[in-house]
Ligand binder design. Structure first.
Ligand SMILES: Cc1cc2nc3c(=O)[nH]c(=O)nc-3n(C[C@H](O)[C@H](O)[C@H](O)COP(=O)(O)O)c2cc1C
Length: 390
């Protein structure tokens, strides 16, 4: 197979992605007071150099209260533009497009890092803005009995927050990002507005399904006012949350958001309760792909598939079956940052090293020409395949 969809370019608005492989937002818990560190350069840089078409920087918070942990990235002030710009420049130098996810943790803010137990933080003297960091949500309903009851946002605070997302988009543009993704999934603030489990407001932001969709709709409008028309806008949804919100609601929401300027729905699941939709079912490759397919077909919008997409031929098949337009590879790219190059080799793509920088792509190419390629087919019991020796 030399002609693949996975390695064909995709243009969205004025941005051309060199292939369909996306590094999804993955939190690094490594910012200092909201500022990126060299860790972020190293982390995103290796994925960009590995050949992905688009690298999306982790959930970056639109206000201080929205930080999930002590190491969240921030974009709630102009002071973040310059250091984020450095990260953008570094990723672009590796010939990848660069996105950023804007987020707010809502009632799941002020928590430990996952490997510290994924539970509410205890007050310590090192956290000098404890009160400022009080978790807020649409309603004063705790995520579960393990979590504190958040403070319900006043109506004016909701309106201020909509503007905060718009301001964050302005800063993301000023920093040079190509793609913006709004985090509307995983039980965080936007999802909390969508779900009737967490949203029991009596104003225009609660009650009917349309009212619960109002916050994300206004956020999208505010973001689009500041985010240039030539740049793509993605929204990540928990297309199924097993708590009253499912593919039908997601497709209806996508239909509302598309004319507001949303280009791609990034189709994830879960997070509004502690019981993930996949629990209790067989966990298998591509488990969220049917959600992407549903939204794509019913809302007539581009989608990104994510979740246990591990192999190149698996990714290619999803695209060929028309189940998604983009493929996000998360944990597998943590395992192998050169996943795109590896997938190109395994799929038999012509010029498999052209997606990576010549500093290493050139040398792998010359080795390949001499018959010592990295494809499994050239390795037979430790001997070169004689037919490939040049
Ligand atoms: C370390 C780590 C951090 C993550 N951080 C975020 C994040 O900031 N925003 C988000 O929407 N999803 C986040 N996710 C979820 C991933 O984007 C992705 O949806 C998930 O890992 C499933 O895809 P996979 O099976 O390819 O890993 C994170 C996942 C991991 C492993």
């Amino acid at each position: 197979m030399s002609e693949t969809l996975l390695f064909s370019p995709l243009s969205i608005r004025g941005v051309e992605l060199k292939n369909r492989i996306v590094v999804p937002p993955m939190h690094q818990y490594s910012a200092i007071k909201g500022f990126p560190t060299d860790w972020h350069l190293m982390n995103a840089g290796k994925f960009a150099a590995g050949g992905a078409g688009l690298v999306v920087v982790e959930s970056t918070k639109v206000e201080r209260r929205g930080c999930g942990t002590v190491g969240d990235l921030g974009i709630w002030d102009d002071k973040f533009i310059e250091p984020l710009g450095r990260l953008v420049k570094f990723i672009k130098q590796q010939n990848a497009a660069v996105g950023i996810q804007l987020g707010h943790s809502g009632r799941k803010a002020r928590a430990t890092r996952p490997w510290e137990g994924d539970r509410p933080l205890q007050r310590t003297p090192e956290i000098d803005d404890w009160e400022e960091w009080t978790p807020v949500a649409p309603s004063a309903i705790a995520h579960s009995e393990k979590w504190p009851v958040p403070r319900a946002l006043e109506r004016q605070e909701v309106k201020d927050l909509v503007q905060a997302w718009g301001e964050a988009a302005r800063r993301a543009d000023a920093a040079g990002f190509d793609v913006l993704e709004l985090h509307g999934a995983h039980g965080y603030l936007v999802h909390e507005f969508l779900s009737e489990k967490s949203n029991q407001r009596s104003d225009e932001y609660g009650g009917s399904e349309l009212n619960r969709m109002r916050f994300i709709t206004e956020v999208t409008e505010a973001v689009r006012m500041h985010w240039p028309a030539h740049k793509p806008l993605f929204v990540r949804l928990s297309v199924e949350d097993n708590a009253g919100w499912g593919p039908e609601q997601s497709a209806r929401l996508a239909t509302i958001l598309k004319p507001k300027g949303v280009d791609v729905i990034d189709c994830s699941s879960g997070g509004i309760t502690d019981v993930a939709p996949i629990l209790g079912k067989e966990i298998k490759y591509s488990y969220q792909v049917p959600l992407s397919e549903y939204v794509k077909r019913h809302a007539d919008i581009m989608t990104m598939a994510v979740g246990l997409i591990i192999h190149g031929d698996q990714a290619e098949q999803i695209l060929r079956d028309g189940q998604a337009d983009l493929i996000a590879v998360g944990r597998e790219i943590l395992n192998n940052p050169n996943w795109p190059m590896d997938a190109a080799l395994k799929l038999g793509v012509e010029g498999p090293f052209r997606n990576v920088p010549p500093q290493f792509g050139y040398w792998l190419g010359t080795r390949d020409k001499r018959g010592f390629g990295t494809q499994p087919s050239t390795f037979q019991n430790g001997l070169r395949d004689p037919g490939k020796v040049s």
